[in-house]
Design a protein around this ligand. Structure first.
Ligand code: EPZ
Length: 447
């Protein structure tokens, strides 16, 4: 096991535990950014990561063929594909289209080392239980941003008739009564969890009777999943509102479906334009998925024009003004945009306050931004950002997906060279971010 230490900082290595063996996976690539350049041109937004992952899990519900298009090129999508093939599905990818056949699910046991690396694969417990009446799903475990419990998923499935035992990190679920078929139930979610809403909505599509999910998550990706399931013959109503009603059916048929554009990728590029005082065109974009982000950018002084139905033009602000942000479940301000806005507000005029109320540990990028010259103080779940005139380049490390994106954005604005490590996080959730930035003039190279 080799750990590289540079100036007392652990760099370029990570330790993964799989099948009881310790192995180190050295993530040696870094991004080098020469900051201070403005951007110009058109950016193509890829399909939504948080739709693609859950819709791939949803394909398990189908007893035929699913053709899913506009699938982004991401490490997490590759991993989800490995989970599905490990369960016995056949899966072919050509460019941005996935052909999945789930006619036969050969096993109810999802592979430990894959599920612990990809939280979204846990959501597959809903479809597996709905199809087979039994499932062994490793617990996803925590990550840099929080403990990431799955109690709401478990309690909802229990309400639908699943008996669930958790031992040795595995969730053993079994539907013993009702001929192994889940039953419809009325479920209230203590918190509007995106994943729990999606797991339970998928499980309910094949359950016996009606399921009502109250205090459901309203994210656009939940609506995308509901539309996908309905395209296979499911009977889901109310997705996008706090109450979702699902009437179970016996089988779901083949479908072809295209995934919505990624609102978080689009939001990240809106901030890239704002922080470099540039003008960019983004498409395709669904503007109503970005209402809280666009509203905040306008508060900060950035103007955003609807160029056409699915194209936004962002124009540079004369002056970036400080503002306050509270992250909330949709339609509130998205937690997945919090880090990117912290980077932007670090060079705004005045003091900003950022409250992260969705995850318990999602402010660690503040210390890395301070290495770039920002002045940010963190107290519990609140960051106090004092705007500075300019940032200065330095070596930094990304600790999670959106933190890494925030460091890229800060690097674009910083004077001098910024070197970013921890790209495995970035590549999980962004489809060729550095290439897309290069194409609009950013001085960024991956070594
Ligand atoms: C989804 O995660 C997204 N991931 C996250 O995106 C996103 O940040 C999050 O929703 C919130 O919008 C995918 O869709 C694959 P939650 P999820 O369940 O479903 C608590 C990114 O950067 N909770 O809505 O795991 C939980 O601890 C990623 O793209 C329970 O207490 O999020 C958290 O505090 C990061 N019990 C809150 O709910 C549960 O059973 C919201 O989590 C489940 C969740």
């Amino acid at each position: 096991m080799t750990l590289n230490l540079k100036g007392g900082r652990l760099i370029n290595s990570s330790i993964t535990l799989s099948d009881g063996n310790l192995s180190t996976e050295v993530d040696s690539s870094v991004l080098k950014i020469c900051g201070g350049y403005s951007l110009e041109g058109n950016v193509r937004i890829s399909g939504a990561k948080n739709s693609a992952l859950v819709i791939m899990a949803g394909a398990l519900l189908c007893s035929g063929d699913c053709r899913i298009s506009n699938v982004p090129l991401l490490a997490d999508v590759e991993r989800m594909g490995q989970v599905l093939t490990a369960l016995g599905l056949s899966l072919q990818r050509h460019e941005d289209t996935l052909d999945i056949n789930a006619r036969d699910i050969l096993t109810s046991k999802a592979p430990y080392e894959l599920v612990t690396q990809l939280r979204a694969s846990f959501f597959a417990i809903g479809p597996i239980l709905a199809r087979l009446g039994v499932a062994q799903m490793p617990l996803p475990g925590g990550c840099a941003i929080g403990a990431r419990p799955v109690d709401l998923h478990v309690r909802g499935l229990q309400a639908m008739g699943a008996e669930i035992e958790i031992e040795h990190g595995i969730c053993h679920a079994q539907v013993s009564g009702n001929n192994g078929r889940l039953k419809g139930a009325r479920i209230y979610l203590d918190t509007p969890s995106v994943g729990a809403t999606e797991t339970l909505m998928m499980a309910a599509t094949l359950a016996d009777g009606e399921t009502i999910i109250e205090n459901a998550a309203r994210e656009p990706e939940v609506v995308d999943l509901a539309n996908f399931c309905n395209s296979m013959g499911a009977k889901i109503q109310g997705a996008g509102t706090g109450t979702i009603t699902i009437v179970g059916v016996d089988k779901l048929h083949s479908t072809e479906y295209s995934i919505i554009p990624d609102r978080i990728e689009a939001g990240t590029f809106l901030v890239a334009a704002a922080i470099t005082r540039s003008e960019l065109l983004l498409s395709p974009v669904v503007s109503e998925h970005l209402i809280p982000v666009i509203s905040k950018l306008k508060d900060i002084g950035v103007s955003i024009l609807q160029e056409s139905t699915d194209c936004l033009r962002v124009k540079p602000a004369q002056k970036l003004k400080a503002t306050n942000i509270d992250t909330l479940p949709h339609p509130g301000f998205p937690t997945d945009m919090q880090a990117q806005f912290m980077a932007l507000l670090s060079i705004a005029d005045g003091d900003s306050i950022i409250n992260e109320s969705v995850f318990e540990n999602r402010l660690s990028h503040a210390s890395e931004l301070n290495r770039l010259g920002a002045e940010i103080r963190v107290k519990s779940n609140t960051a106090f950002v004092r705007g500075v005139p300019i940032l200065s380049g330095a070596p930094v490390i990304g600790t999670d997906l959106r933190a890494s994106a925030a460091l890229v954005l800060a690097g674009l604005a910083a004077q001098g060279e910024t070197i970013i490590q921890g790209l495995k996080h970035l590549d999980r959730g962004y489809d060729r971010l550095d290439t897309k930035l290069q194409q609009v003039g950013a001085k960024i190279i991956r070594t």
